[in-house]
Design a protein around this ligand. Structure first.
Ligand SMILES: Cc1cc2nc3c(=O)[nH]c(=O)nc-3n(C[C@H](O)[C@H](O)[C@H](O)COP(=O)(O)OP(=O)(O)OC[C@H]3O[C@@H](n4cnc5c(N)ncnc54)[C@H](O)[C@@H]3O)c2cc1C
Length: 440
């Protein structure tokens, strides 16, 4: 019999959202998950599953029952021949990366952090960069899920194919994901080359950059022309890194946080900070080599608010230049660095922001130095307006103000997803206030 704990307080990684679930569960088996769902059904409670708790929104918040999957975190099967791994859904990618390395395998792409769970990353459409690569959900070849009725469904391209295109980006709204099978590749090293450029150079030569490096992204420093380009490519070179505590932590973290905190009293400092840090940390060419996941993952520094919309790739230049021009016309609005620009291959997952189109993700950020909130409303609204104008779709885990009528316009498969969800969860057991805005 699985016991729920009362008094648990949930907070997401950025400490921007939290909730006090009535009961908190950490099941160890599918049978225990079923007991929790049975109890929830008897008592008319809603249920939210949390993975790594990294989503910078209220997508996992609930006042009813919360299930944390961290005790269902085993690697169940490694098939070296076809390079596939089946895991329990609560495994953190940080553990999976190490386990895969032991078997000579790796995930072909990862987001910035790996302290996130297998079902969590696919739940919100986590992505990285690389125009030959899709969002992380495209690496999933099959999964199993317990629905609100307690039944276990299995889906893949050949089995329950329509359900599979919904489950690969599920928003935590279809059931409790129990296991996930990922297509892997042979373990590989990456060489990262970082070099300085300008916004006009990168935008004018976007196609060249996209083809020059398998995992190309760039960081734009708002209020300036400065850009840091990052190329990451497979290599056989031996591991090498020039990282230093002084530059990475003392300067890149502690000094930045202090200066951004000071700038909350003197906002005019922000453009200078952006310029100064570009010059300090990003203006010189830096190379490093390491195991793929060690290069994919990077330090996201301190707590922050973020928005990250995907737009059709051909709109990249227009959208960025419009944002830059708007900031220039509104000098009272300040924007922290970086605006991170990444590229992703289109797919056919119903709620994927890259559904049927190659995409550019444009991530904007406002830090919360020492936990202090900074004004962001004007910047946030203008960014959203530009993203909507160019046909954007928001990242499901990050901030946005969209509601059902927006999603109906954005996603050709939205109504299909809704009907699958309504069939699997007719009483709305897996809904919360975030999902009500999406589906009602
Ligand atoms: C520092 C930082 C860096 C980030 N970098 C990136 C990045 O590079 N690229 C990017 O795209 N995003 C990025 N994100 C966002 C992050 O990848 C997503 O929020 C991701 O969903 C987090 O995974 P998680 O395990 O923490 O999920 P959670 O936030 O715990 O959950 C996400 C969703 O999955 C559901 N869920 C989780 N487990 C299950 C389960 N077993 N069954 C059913 N539903 C489940 C939850 O209910 C929720 O709907 C970053 C976030 C942070 C804080």
């Amino acid at each position: 019999m699985v016991l729920g704990r009362s008094g648990f307080k949930f907070q997401n990684w950025a400490q921007t959202y939290g909730s006090n679930p009535e009961l908190f569960f950490q099941p160890t088996t599918a049978e225990e998950v079923k007991e929790i769902l049975d109890l929830a059904r008897q008592r008319s409670k809603r249920v939210k599953v949390v993975g790594g708790g990294h989503s910078p929104s209220d997508i996992v918040c609930t006042d009813d029952y919360m299930i944390k999957m961290d005790k269902m975190n085993k690697v169940l099967k490694v098939d070296k021949k076809v390079k596939q791994v089946t895991v329990e859904a609560g495994i953190l990618l940080s553990d999976l990366n190490e386990e895969l390395t032991k078997h000579g395998l790796a995930l072909s792409n990862l987001g910035a952090v790996s302290e996130v769970a297998a079902a969590g990353v696919i739940g919100t459409g986590t992505h990285n960069t690389g125009i030959q690569h899709g969002i992380l959900s495209t690496q999933v070849t099959s999964l199993t899920m317990m629905t609100a009725s307690g039944d276990i469904l299995e889906c893949s391209e050949s089995n329950n194919a329509e359900l599979f295109q919904a489950c690969r980006l599920h928003l935590g709204s279809l059931g409790v994901v129990l296991t996930v099978t990922f297509q892997c590749v042979s373990s590989f090293k990456l060489q990262e080359i970082q070099f300085a450029s300008t916004l006009s150079e990168v935008l004018d030569n976007l196609d060249t950059h996209l083809h020059a490096s398998e995992y190309f992204r760039f960081l734009w420093f708002p209020h300036t022309e400065n850009v840091c380009v990052l190329y990451q490519d497979p290599t056989d070179k031996p591991p090498a890194s020039s990282s230093s505590w002084f530059w990475d932590s003392a300067v890149g973290y502690y000094l930045l946080e202090l200066l951004l905190w000071i700038s909350t009293f003197l906002p005019n400092l922000v453009p200078l900070i952006n310029r100064f840090f570009f010059w300090l940390l990003f203006a010189t060419r830096i190379e490093r080599v390491g195991l793929s996941y060690k290069i994919f993952n990077y330090d996201c520094r301190f707590k922050q608010h973020v928005q990250d919309w995907s737009i059709p790739i051909e709109k990249t230049k227009d959208a960025l230049l419009e944002l830059k021009a708007w900031l220039e016309m509104n000098p009272k609005v300040v924007a922290h660095y970086p605006v991170e620009v990444r590229f992703t291959r289109g797919d056919d997952i119903l709620l994927s922001p890259c559904y049927k189109r190659d995409s550019c993700y444009m991530n904007i950020i406002m830090y919360r130095p020492y936990g202090k909130d900074v004004p962001l409303q004007e910047y946030w609204s203008e960014y959203e307006a530009i993203m909507k104008k160019v046909g954007g779709r928001p990242h499901w885990a990050k901030a946005h103000t969209c509601v059902r009528r927006d999603f109906e316009k954005m996603y050709p498969g939205f109504l299909k997803f809704c009907s699958i969800r309504e069939k699997l969860d007719p009483t709305g057991m897996f809904l919360n206030s975030y999902l009500e805005k999406v589906f009602y």
